[in-house]
Design a protein around this ligand. Structure first.
Ligand code: KIV
Length: 256
């Protein structure tokens, strides 16, 4: 059996092989995605919108995340598992952030955590890495700050914003993160950040130059009540397939 990917493996993929990452929130999906070759399974706090029906990720709790992260860990043997730290689990102080990050590794069995934000997290990332918690950064459109952004929008449009993003990315790298998500970053800016950094960039809506790509699995499969973001073209319409299959089943049932 293949051994589980580590953060070192992911770091070494930069410049050699495109890194594949998808969100997973449950055991079965985790098993299927890694069987298909997915390098990183991200237990995203997008589960708030995607699974739990919240309007944002802001309502997602540590307990929600730990439960889903543990389910993904039970279904997975080979992919690197990364869990999102939910809103307010790392912003309220260093001590509580370290405790919460540690719970993901100790209780749910993932190998790394992801936190949103750049420079402001530099010290926190450094401390997490020092005590053995690998960290993935996340900049650009960071959904936990949706109210500050005034909605979901693209980032890096002006040269000033582009420079800020570059500085944020460098700060995260310097702090010791093993990879960084670039969400809805203008493509040329993402390309520049990718070429400057030694750690891999994982893009979502940020163009093809990133070292890897991540998508919300429900967007890729067309399994959602909402239309997907503009940068995703669902590969299938799973929602329609489910509706049709269940409708056929019920019609058969009623006939018999
Ligand atoms: O929560 C999530 O699914 C994410 C990815 C979309 C990057 O953070």
């Amino acid at each position: 059996m293949k051994k589980r990917k580590t953060v070192v493996d992911i770091l070494q993929m930069k410049g050699k092989e495109t890194i594949s990452s998808l969100t997973a929130y449950d055991c079965v999906t985790a098993a299927l995605l890694e069987r298909a070759g997915c390098d990183i399974l991200l237990v995203g706090d997008s589960l708030g919108n995607v699974l739990l029906g919240y309007p944002h990720t802001l309502q997602v709790t540590m307990e929600d995340m730990l439960r889903h992260a543990a389910a993904v860990a039970r279904g997975s043997k080979q992919a690197l598992l990364v869990a999102d730290m939910p809103f307010l689990s790392y912003q309220a102080g260093l001590e509580s952030a370290l405790q919460n990050a540690g719970r993901f590794l100790a209780e749910s069995g993932v190998q790394a955590v992801k936190i949103e934000g750049g420079k402001r997290n530099q010290m926190l990332i450094q401390r997490m890495v020092e005590i053995g918690i690998p960290v993935m950064g996340h900049i650009g459109m960071t959904p936990q700050s949706v109210h500050t952004f005034g909605g979901y929008r693209r980032t890096g449009k002006t040269s000033r914003d582009a420079e800020t993003l570059m500085q944020e990315a460098l700060a995260i790298e310097e702090a010791g993160a093993f990879a960084i998500v670039l969400e809805c970053v203008e493509h040329e800016v993402a390309a520049k950040i990718t070429s400057e950094l030694k750690i891999p960039t994982i893009g979502i809506g940020s163009g093809e130059a990133c070292d890897g790509q991540v998508l919300v699995i429900n967007d890729l499969l067309g399994y959602s009540l909402q239309p997907p973001p503009g940068f995703v073209k669902p590969a299938i319409d799973l929602a329609a397939m489910v509706s049709e299959t269940v409708s056929n089943y019920i019609q058969q049932l009623k006939k018999s």
